[in-house]
Design a protein around this ligand. Structure first.
Ligand code: ADP
Length: 178
């Protein structure tokens, strides 16, 4: 599914984020930038050690913030590392933190001249954020950002499973109906 917000495209696709031909991919990292499983492990293993070398120099990334490194051996020139919240009960500030993770990733992308960017579904794996709710926050945050002054031409959400792609598609349809 693909839509246009002013001059920017928002696209949903199923796939592996490490294979995307975009300027920057976003990593759902942890606050120690220590690497790990899930999308984080996949990005470090496909991108090689240059990414971790820069992460070590940066140090930490508090939940809701974002940092940028090289893309190493990836097609993407940059990896934007952001940290989503661990889901507890939905009443512990999770939604604000998830929104901030997307916002700060977009802001650092703008500052770095990124025109095409790919996001995974932040927080919905090991951090257990319900995908339906997370997809609505992710998509509305990106769409709101693209309604403002932006150099981003294309934003791709790369969903690992078909089920997640379907959830994001329903959320995007609902969002543009509003
Ligand atoms: P978090 O700790 O933020 O929940 P995870 O990496 O555990 O991060 O999961 C986030 C999402 O990324 C999950 O939907 C997971 O299925 C997905 N994912 C895992 N590997 C990849 C990949 N290579 N490309 C895209 N998405 C991936």
């Amino acid at each position: 599914m693909k839509i246009k917000i002013n001059r920017s495209a928002v696209e949903l696709r199923q796939g592996d984020i490490t294979k995307q031909k975009v300027d920057a991919i976003v990593n759902a990292a942890n606050s120690r930038l220590a690497g790990g499983g899930g999308v984080d492990g996949a990005i470090h293993s496909a991108g090689g050690p240059a990414i971790m070398n820069e992460c070590r120099k940066i140090g930490t990334c508090p939940t809701g913030t974002a940092v940028i490194t090289t893309g190493g051996n990836l097609f993407a020139k940059h990896v934007i590392h952001t940290v989503g919240p661990r889901y507890r009960d939905g009443k512990s500030g999770e939604s604000e933190l998830l929104i901030n993770a997307y916002k700060n990733s977009l802001n650092i992308a703008e500052k770095s001249g990124v025109r095409t960017i790919a996001f995974p579904s932040i927080s919905t794996g090991v951090y257990r954020y319900p995908v339906n709710e997370a997809s609505r926050l992710a998509l509305s945050t990106v769409v709101d950002h693209l309604k403002g002054d932006t150099s981003i031409e294309k934003t791709v959400f790369v969903l690992f499973s078909l089920k997640d792609l379907e959830t994001y598609s329903t959320s995007l349809k609902d969002l543009i109906k509003e």
